[in-house]
Design a protein around this ligand. Sequence first.
Ligand code: NAI
Length: 299
Amino acid sequence: MSSDQLGFDGKVVIITGAGGGLGRQHALLMASRGALVVINDLGGAIDGSGSDKGAAEKVVDEIKAAGGEAVADTNSVATPEGGKAIVQTALDAFGKVDVVINNAGILRDKAFHNMEPDLINSVLDVHLKGAFHVTQPAWVVMREQGYGRIISTSSAAGIFGNFGQANYGAAKMGLVGFTRVLAVEGAKYNIKANAIAPLALTRMTETLMGALGEKLDPALVSPLVAFLAHEDCPVSGEVFSVGGGRVAQVIIAETQGYHKASLSMEDVRDNWDTITDTTGFAVPKNLAEETAMFMSAFA
Ligand code: NAI
């Protein structure tokens, strides 16, 4: 490693769903930079059915063959017990946990009118509650050591909306709220939380990409993830769109708005253009900043 390169210098990283796709690439990159990695993967199908304990082990073998350090973990993120067990694997193998990358995911798409409770619950359990299950036990350790990095995998399908993905979209946008609150709560412990909305050719997207897929090597998502996981990470509470070598920030903005102390329904109708005018929009970082902006209308 050249002196200009960013290294992880023995930092302990948990990556969920790292038996393939994006998670595997994050793991290979970070292990090559000196991270000690827990490769968690249940090894199931895209819809979450079945399991294959070999998926995590294979990535561990790859990392070891390249001279890195990693351990396999095959617990599911979908239960609190599974999440605790994953963090315990890190503590048993490496004695601490510095980084959690919430990446495990499944797809159970259906148009909303056909979305059965099982399709809702299973997707929320893995993506959204899974992040709670793994991050919470790690958070306890991070708070005590005064250091932590959390990266959660959101999706443009949730942030911007996509047909047939009400379950997935709700879970993925839920992770944005999760990230922003953890950024506020983690600030005084040097715990930073950020989220990504990736685009990459993996088994999850191989039938959707067409020719664009060739440009979307999942390895091109990992440099951003690794930077957000690094101690030099400059931000917390933010969301980034990343894929094919492009990185951009997704912002949550608010228009300057319209204010009238005696607001009526007709005022709303008649001032719709002002309410929705994006000129001079603001990008509050948290509730305190949004409230300050809100209150300025009363000044
Ligand atoms: P993938 O299917 O290759 O990876 C997901 C991994 O999660 C699989 O290896 C799977 O076995 C594992 N997993 C599923 N349920 C699990 C559980 N309960 N416990 C532990 N592991 C479990 O797909 P990909 O594309 O690498 O997805 C990674 C993440 O990126 C997912 O959260 C996905 O929703 C997200 N994403 C991917 C996009 C893309 O363009 N590939 C776009 C937007 C988001």
